[in-house]
Design a protein around this ligand. Structure first.
Ligand SMILES: Cc1cc2nc3c(=O)[nH]c(=O)nc-3n(C[C@H](O)[C@H](O)[C@H](O)COP(=O)(O)OP(=O)(O)OC[C@H]3O[C@@H](n4cnc5c(N)ncnc54)[C@H](O)[C@@H]3O)c2cc1C
Length: 367
């Protein structure tokens, strides 16, 4: 279903924000990136503003690092692709996350053990309150799991115009999350005694060896009986992550979704033990509940709970819990209404609350 807004403003030069008469625009004002984490529940009565500025500038950083300022309107994955091709470490695990650079700093996007905050140095923004540009160090942005002050206390105040990332020139592979190491090992096994050069063809990723190679990259002609971690390249990891994501997440070009619909809840240990008892009673005494320790607390995958409640593949009108990844709600028919999506969301939340005593919170922003 299509929705519309009263006025749509696209800004290609951040300096224009200084002269823009915000009070003259239809209210309210909503700043949008690529729209990949939004659910418009109806027509928007005000102005949608989008930063469409492009470009990046690279500066030397501290030893072993490089800093790069990237415009808010750049597609985040284009930035990941550039960094990997340059042999720079940091964003490779965030490959293929839809959306733009500006939003990455709002959302603190994350995947496979890495969050945007790990590589963000400074956020550059227009302060609507003070009508001036500001540079906000990452440490002041209140970053947490998929959140920041831009989403909470500062909501509506700042328009992000660019983000400076701090990338490493020395290898920093992060493989111990979400099956990344296994996927890499499988790729390496699959390559047998082939050379790296054939990898791109085997995996359909012809871009493997494009771009300048860093010192940490191997030569195309090297044999690969085994690859120790320190020899992995950002490009290799990026391609592996892309392979994993393509298998389990809907391609936004083919099927509409807003990615993970719910945040993974973090609960105390006692609560977790109650969930373990429920799961063992249902699945047998040897059953293990997937979880990640977060300090004293425990993060339980919302996808697991949704699956355990039998929602995988469930449809409500055109809305569907994605069969391959139950954390995602998709517009299965292309004609789902916002009401159908919200009704399915409510049903999931209500069932999980009843069964596990956990309140799921949507990651997707409802506008
Ligand atoms: C298939 C799929 C897979 C996904 N996988 C992941 C994943 O693995 N990890 C993850 O973290 N997310 C994931 N997402 C969610 C989404 O990609 C991120 O939330 C992304 O950051 C959204 O970017 P966007 O440009 O589309 O922002 P939008 O959805 O347009 O906006 C998101 C928020 O940022 C604000 N915003 C946007 N630009 C600016 C700006 N310039 N200044 C101020 N505020 C701004 C908006 O107001 C809004 O609050 C996925 C989404 C899809 C569809």
């Amino acid at each position: 279903m299509r929705v519309s807004c009263r006025l749509y403003v696209e800004v290609t030069d951040p300096e224009d924000l200084l002269t823009l008469d915000f009070n003259a625009l239809p209210q309210p004002l909503f700043v949008m990136g690529g729209g990949s984490n939004l659910l418009f529940t109806g027509d928007f009565p005000g102005t949608v503003l989008r930063m469409a500025n492009q470009g990046r500038s690279v500066m030397p950083g501290s030893t072993g690092h490089l800093v790069v300022r990237v415009a808010a309107g750049v597609v985040f994955d284009d930035f990941c692709a550039w960094a990997a091709a340059e042999g720079l470490w940091g964003p490779e695990n965030l490959s293929l996350i839809p959306g733009e650079v500006g939003a990455s700093a709002v959302q603190n996007i994350g995947a496979y053990g890495v969050e945007a905050k790990d590589i963000i140095d400074t956020v550059h923004a227009f302060d609507r309150q003070e009508r001036r540009f500001v540079d906000i160090p990452s440490a002041d942005c209140g970053y947490g799991y998929r959140t920041s002050l831009f989403k909470t206390d500062w909501k509506g105040r700042y328009i992000i115009i660019a983000v400076t990332f701090r990338l490493s020139t020395v290898p920093q592979p992060k493989l111990d999350y979400g099956g990344v190491r296994k996927a890499i090992e499988r790729r390496i096994e699959g390559m047998g005694s082939e050379t790296y050069a054939t990898l791109g063809l085997l995996e359909g990723g012809a871009h493997l060896w494009e771009g300048r190679r860093s010192q940490s990259d191997r030569r195309v002609s090297d044999p690969i009986p085994s690859i120790p971690d320190e020899n992995l390249t950002p490009q290799f990891i990026r391609d592996t992550i892309i392979g994993i994501r393509e298998q389990k997440l809907p391609d936004p070009k083919e099927i509409g979704s807003a990615g993970s619909f719910f945040c993974n809840p973090v609960i105390d240990r006692e609560h977790f033990e109650r969930i373990v008892s429920i799961a063992k009673a249902e699945n047998g005494p040897d059953y293990e509940v997937p979880h990640y320790d977060v300090g004293e607390k425990v993060k339980v995958p919302a996808a697991w709970m949704i699956d355990q409640c039998g929602f995988k593949g469930m449809r409500l009108g055109g809305a569907q819990v994605y069969p391959k990844q139950p954390l995602v709600i998709v517009n299965a028919t292309g004609a789902a209404t916002p009401e159908e999506i919200v009704a399915l969301e409510r049903r999931v939340i209500g069932t999980i609350r009843e069964k596990y005593g956990i309140e799921l919170h949507p990651e997707v922003e409802h506008v």
